[in-house]
Each structure stands twice: as structure tokens, then as C-alpha cells.
Design a protein. Structure first.
Length: 428
């Protein structure tokens, strides 16, 4: 069944979205169009959402006067998830995964949701695949019976076969490999971590996935950090290019691209990178990622801070998001006040450590205080005293501080119900 036919049957205005997106794609190259649309988006929510208007106060005279908001701002000021006036006839109500704390409930009007799918259609087409191609979906399966049945039905109707990403045992990966040999998969889509883990499994066995699944065209990773080295390894082992999809479920798709360079979704969203004083950063300077969906008539996500750090660069007049460093919650904060990207830092620690101790298959580092880190590892055996000492020394060297490091061996590491995984977490 055609994907957009199915989406249309469920009430989403896919034909209207296709026509509008075509117009937006041409118009979005104009700075004047972006300037007009961002103010129209703000005015819609300012006029239609009573509590948002109370939070803002007087109508601002410049864009930078509009306060940056986040999930907590919306909760604390009881800002309505849908407008009081001029509401769209139908809304799509969802919650974020809650992987970084309390889940956040939000609403997107049906037209905006359909527009997001049209943007993805455009980006996927540019990469060489369509929604009607068979997808290997590395997304895990929910535990409740109703949710499980719902997801399975959606998968069947939308040309997707779901892989259980909670179980990363060798036995389960053998089943994944067998599935690729039996099904004509065209592309892979899902969380970076299980995809990288599967690539390492294939590397150990000297198998190229392209030889097993000759129709495979590409791999799309989303939601989790994937280092350049990991991406290169996946491309070599899978035998296909790796693309990155980056977004926030409540706001939409921020960018899509390759080699850690995301073309911004200018057709549907304004993306800003701001410093600690909420002033625009110069091109190439890392700051807070702040989003304004241009056409969403649901929750007022105007200058909405999602918690990620990145920079914006331009090439041939086209803006790209670069140097994505993950969420602020994934930044290690040291006693000196220095902030470092925890996921990236410990990735290189373990890259060096596994040269001497290949028994470690997974790890997760939890920072419990500025000078305390708990390093959880999954290993085939207990680490020797010498190995524990080496790991602690590497951590201290990387952190450039005399932090206290505790190494704990675990049978399994915690994941969300859908298999989402963070290799670094700060708990204060």
C-alpha cells in the first residue's frame, strides 16, 4: 500500500501538504520569506494562546526580544498545548520519550504533521529511497500488548520490518543477519547504537552486509549520537552510505545529511544557534540549538530550546548544521566549571581501552557529581585489577582532572522501552 494513501485515510491532508511543501521549497531560499514566516508563526500563537501571551507580555519589537523557552517553561506557565482561538480542526497529541527526564506532552495540527512527512519524502528521495521501499527498522518494540499490536500493524502497512534493539546478544544478531538474507531490504532506519553494534558484530565475522542483502541502498541513523569513526565503520561494513536524520519529535525534522553535516529544514523551520546570553552565534561557533516551527498551529514552540549543542555553517549559500555535540544533559561538567561532550569523550576512552581489553562489549558512564563518575561495563569476564587501573587512568587523562572513577561490571545496561540508549548521562 502506498504510504501517503494510508496517511490520507487516517485523516492527514497529504495532498494539501504536497502542494504547500512544493511552494515552501522554492520560497525558503529567500531571507525575506523566512523573516515573514517566523513573525507570522509568533503572531499566531501570541494572539491565539492566552497563557503564552501572558508569558510574553507586550508584543516584541525585535525577534531577539522574544524569550527562549523550553519544556519546563511551558509546564511552569501552564501554556496551552493548543490555542484558545483560531484552532486547527484536528490535532495530533503525543509525548516525548522522556529519555532525558519527564515526558513532555505536545500537540501538532494534522497539516503540520503531513508537511513533516512531505519534507522527509523530499530528503529520502534525494538519497535514493522512498517510503514504499522495504525498511529494516532498528527501533525496538514497546512492551504493552496494545502498543505492540499497534506498532506491528503500522509496520505491516508501511513496508517496515522491526528489529528488537533491546536484545543486543550475538544470538539475536544472528537472527538479524538471517533476516537480511531472506528479505529484500532497501534501506535501514533507526537508532545509531544498535546499528553500530550490529556493524561491529559483522566485522568480527568478516561479513559485508551488502553481499547478504544486495538490494540494500543506504542506512539512516537517527535520535542518538554517531561519531564520524562509527559512521565510517558502518559504511565500510554495510557497503552503503550512511545518512543522518536529526530532529525533535515535538518540533519536527531539523536537518538531514551525511558526514555529520545536516542540511537545515528551511522549508518548515527556523533554526538558530545561540550563546549563553541567547544572542546569535557567528557561523561555525557552537551554541544552543533553538527551533521555531513555521507552520505548527499546536503547542507554541517559538524559539524553543531542545537542549542540543551545535553550530551553523554555510556552503554555496546553503546553511548546514554541524559539530552536533548532543544534549546539554550529555555534557560532563567538571569541578573547574569546564564542560565537555561526555558521549564523545568516553567514546575515545573506550576506543583506546578496547585495544588492550576486547572483552568489553558495551559501556555507560554516569556522572553523579563534578568529581565522580561511575563507569558501567558489559564484559565477558571480570576485569583484572590492572585493566581496571588502566581504564581509570584513561578516564582521568581524558577528563584532565583528578576525578574519582568507579568501574562496575554489569550483565545488561539500561535502555528505554523502545531500546533508546545513552552512553553518557549526567545526574546533577
Amino acid at each position: 500500500m502506498d504510504f501517503f494513501t494510508l496517511l490520507g485515510w487516517t485523516g492527514f491532508p497529504v495532498k494539501e501538504a504536497a502542494q504547500k511543501f512544493k511552494t515552501f521549497k522554492q520560497a525558503s531560499q529567500s531571507p525575506e520569506w523566512m523573516e515573514r514566516q517566523k513573525w507570522e508563526a509568533f503572531s499566531f500563537h501570541y494572539q491565539g494562546n492566552t497563557n503564552y501571551r501572558k508569558f510574553i507580555g507586550d508584543y516584541p519589537s525585535t525577534w531577539n526580544e522574544i524569550p527562549v523557552i523550553n519544556k519546563n517553561t511551558i509546564r511552569e506557565h501552564a501554556i496551552g498545548r493548543v490555542p484558545d482561538l483560531n484552532a486547527y480542526p484536528k490535532y495530533y497529541h503525543r509525548q516525548t520519550s522522556g529519555s532525558t527526564g519527564k515526558p513532555f506532552d505536545y500537540a501538532i495540527d494534522y497539516l503540520s504533521h503531513a508537511l513533516t512527512w512531505r519534507l522527509l519524502e523530499d530528503r529520502y528521495h534525494s538519497a535514493g529511497v522512498t517510503f514504499n521501499d522495504l525498511q529494516a527498522r532498528f527501533f525496538g518494540t514497546p512492551y504493552s500488548l496494545v502498543s505492540k499490536v499497534t506498532e506491528r500493524l503500522k509496520d505491516r502497512l508501511t513496508h517496515r520490518i522491526r528489529f528488537n534493539t533491546v536484545d543486543l546478544s550475538d544470538d539475536n544478531m544472528e537472527r538479524w543477519l538471517s533476516a537480511f538474507g531472506k528479505k529484500p531490504f532497501v534501506y535501514i532506519y533507526g537508532y545509531a547504537y544498535p546499528i553500530v553494534t550490529f556493524a561491529k558484530f559483522l566485522t568480527q565475522r568478516g561479513i559485508s552486509l551488502k553481499t547478504v542483502a544486495p538490494r540494500l541502498k543506504l542506512c539512516i541513523v537517527t535520535s542518538e549520537m554517531c561519531s564520524p569513526e562509527e559512521q565510517q565503520m558502518v559504511e565500510e561494513v554495510f557497503g552503503v552510505p550512511v545518512y543522518n536524520e536529526y530532529g525533535a519529535s515535538e518540533a519536527g525534522i531539523v536537518g538531514f545529511g551525511r558526514n555529520n553535516r545536516w542540511e537545515l529544514s528551511r522549508e518548515l523551520m527556523l533554526t538558530e544557534v545561540l550563546d549563553d546570553d541567547n544572542q546569535p552565534c557567528a557561523n561555525g561557533v557552537v551554541g544552543k540549538v533553538v527551533l521555531t516551527p513555521l507552520f505548527n498551529m499546536g503547542t507554541p514552540l517559538i524559539r524553543y530550546e531542545i537542549g542540543d549543542m551545535a553550530a551553523i555553517d554555510e556552503a554555496d549559500g546553503v546553511p548546514y548544521l554541524t559539530r552536533l555535540q548532543g544534549r546539554i544533559e550529555e555534557m560532563a561538567i567538571l569541578e573547574s566549571g569546564k564542560k565537555v561532550a561526555g558521549d564523545t569523550l568516553f567514546l575515545y576512552v573506550f576506543k583506546e581501552f578496547t585495544k588492550h581489553c576486547s572483552e568489553v562489549s558495551e559501556y555507560k558512564v554516569i556522572q553523579t557529581a563534578p568529581d565522580r563518575f561511575v563507569v558501567n561495563v558489559v564484559a565477558t569476564r571480570e576485569l583484572t585489577e590492572e585493566e581496571v587501573g588502566r581504564l581509570k587512568k584513561l578516564c582521568v587523562q581524558a577528563l584532565e582532572t583528578s576525578a574519582k572513577i568507579e568501574v562496575v561490571r554489569k550483565e545488561v545496561l539500561d535502555r528505554t522501552l523502545m531500546g533508546k540508549f545513552k552512553r553518557f548521562e549526567r545526574q546533577f
